[in-house]
Design a protein around this ligand. Structure first.
Ligand code: ADE
Length: 235
């Protein structure tokens, strides 16, 4: 899968060169292109922002450099062009799964007070917010989206861990333990060392339900409404 990121601050994306995303890029499972919007500014000072018409605080990203950057990256193709913005649709695991079906995403990081509305109208196909709070720019949000989407691309991580993790099927995860069997007086639940795989599976399911009920009753309600729970879960 291919990601292209348009930003005024390409230096903010160093974290994508670590860990799983680094390995996935080296393996060619994903590729991430970084593009500095300022490279498409045509004046001597490479100006990418200007004061808002109508007055007011802050600066607005200019239409021409941003539009030229998007068009240069997209060329004749039509990948989704996604603006990261606090005004966008909420980012969820379901949206991450949907985006992971695409072969190519173009992510545009907004900055300053926003961008010229006319670029939104003519070139942005979708807007995504990672939460109801305001960041200094779309860069961290773009990294969140790349990370959550990339790990769903086949081959990036082991598929088993995706199937049983928080949010993948409407429930939170069960607790995990590794050696030693007793740590600071706390023992691992006996069932996990019993060797009874069927009982372990039942225990994990129960723990997922318990944890979701206590921490996220809203999620449990939704899982029930969507028919994601079976009769054993409800007993
Ligand atoms: N840019 C600024 N705040 C943001 C948010 N919450 N989500 C996505 N992009 C943003």
């Amino acid at each position: 899968m291919r990601f292209d990121i348009l930003t005024l601050f390409p230096g903010m994306f160093a974290p994508l060169e670590e860990s799983i995303l680094k390995r996935a890029q080296q393996a060619g499972t994903i590729s991430i292109g970084l593009h500095n919007i300022r490279d498409w500014a045509t004046d001597r000072h490479r100006t990418a922002d200007d004061a808002p018409y109508g007055g007011g605080a802050g600066m607005v990203m200019k239409a021409a450099p941003l539009a030229a950057a998007i068009r240069a990256v997209v060329e004749e193709a039509a990948p989704p062009v996604i603006l990261l913005s606090p005004d966008g649709e909420p980012f969820t695991q379901a949206l991450a799964s949907e985006l992971a079906q695409q072969p190519w995403l173009v992510l545009v990081c907004g900055h300053y007070e926003g961008l010229d509305e006319r670029v939104r109208e003519s070139l942005i196909s979708r807007e995504i917010s990672i939460g109801d709070y305001v960041l200094t720019g779309g860069e961290l949000a773009a990294m969140v989206v790349v990370d959550a989407v990339a790990r769903l691309v086949p081959g990036v991580i082991d598929g088993e861990s995706i199937a049983e993790e928080s949010h993948s099927d409407g429930l939170l995860e069960y607790p995990h333990y590794t050696r030693p069997a007793v740590w600071e007086g706390r023992a691992v639940p006996a069932i996990l060392t019993s060797g009874h795989h069927g009982e372990v599976a039942k225990w994990r399911r129960r723990e997922r339900l318990r944890r979701t009920l206590v921490r996220r009753p809203d999620m449990l309600r939704r899982a029930r409404e969507q028919g994601l729970l079976d009769k054993h879960d409800l007993a």
